[in-house]
Design a protein. Structure first.
Length: 242
């Protein structure tokens, strides 16, 4: 083999090695977790949310119940974070929540709403809308900044809690977390408590009905591992509040 041929052969081997290494690295990306840093509503809101959930399940039994694996909550921030950094996320979020006196917040629930997506034809995800306040917006901004060093741009079903009954996460949920900042932050923050699934025809009638405003306060804050439809599927860490 002449010198030129040996050069070509060596270059080819090196290129093949680099491509193989690149593929392996892509396949060994660090695990990611989809989290929700959420406020825990008091008994007043929980009562209203559970009553609405029972109403929805009476007409759509396939919907989820608000229970130990679907906690009523108010999402403050949903993000994909590196699983290895979860303890750092807890510490950073905990400092922010401790600084803000969240249990003293007075929040007003004032209407129903629902969302639809092409992945759920004829079905909507409903909730009770909570009035946005400057204090809550500032809390969210501080949380975004605190966990920013540990976030990643996107994730897959593997980042969420899945079950035999719900083995895949729908695309709407995966996308929602990816774009939570900026599409659901700052002036776009839409405070709500998710109440369940229902037929869109029924939900349209429900949101058109008069809603009796009520006030409530958060009783705590936690970091949750998200499930399908953005449910607070598993509590990862309870944060200390004042």
């Amino acid at each position: 083999m002449n010198r030129y041929a040996r050069f070509i052969a060596t270059a080819g081997i090196c290129l093949a090695s680099l491509l193989c290494c690149s593929a392996v690295c892509r396949g060994q990306q660090a695990p990611v977790t989809a989290i929700d840093i959420a406020l825990e509503p008091d008994a007043t809101m929980v009562h209203h949310a559970e009553a609405t959930n029972a109403r929805l399940r009476s007409i759509f039994p396939k919907g989820f119940a608000l229970d130990a694996t679907h906690h009523p909550h108010i999402s403050m921030l949903q993000r994909y974070v590196r699983t290895a950094d979860l303890d750092k996320v807890y510490a950073a979020a905990g400092k922010v929540v401790a600084h803000h006196n969240v249990t003293e917040l007075k929040l007003k629930a004032y209407k129903y709403y629902f969302l639809t997506d092409k992945s759920m034809p004829g079905v909507g995800l409903s909730g009770i809308v909570v009035e946005r306040t400057p204090e809550v917006v500032k809390l969210q901004q501080d949380l975004i900044a605190a966990v920013a060093p540990y976030t990643v741009a996107d994730g897959t079903s593997a980042a969420f809690v899945t079950t035999p009954a719900d083995p895949e996460i729908n695309e709407a949920t995966i996308h929602y977390v990816a774009v939570y900042v900026p599409e659901h932050s700052g002036e776009h923050l839409e405070l709500h408590v998710t109440t369940g699934l229902g037929f869109t025809e029924y939900l349209e009638k429900m949101v058109a009905q008069p809603f009796q405003d009520f006030t409530f306060s958060p009783m705590g804050a936690s970091v949750y591992h998200l499930g399908n439809y953005g449910t607070a599927q598993k509590k990862l860490k309870e944060l200390k509040v004042r």
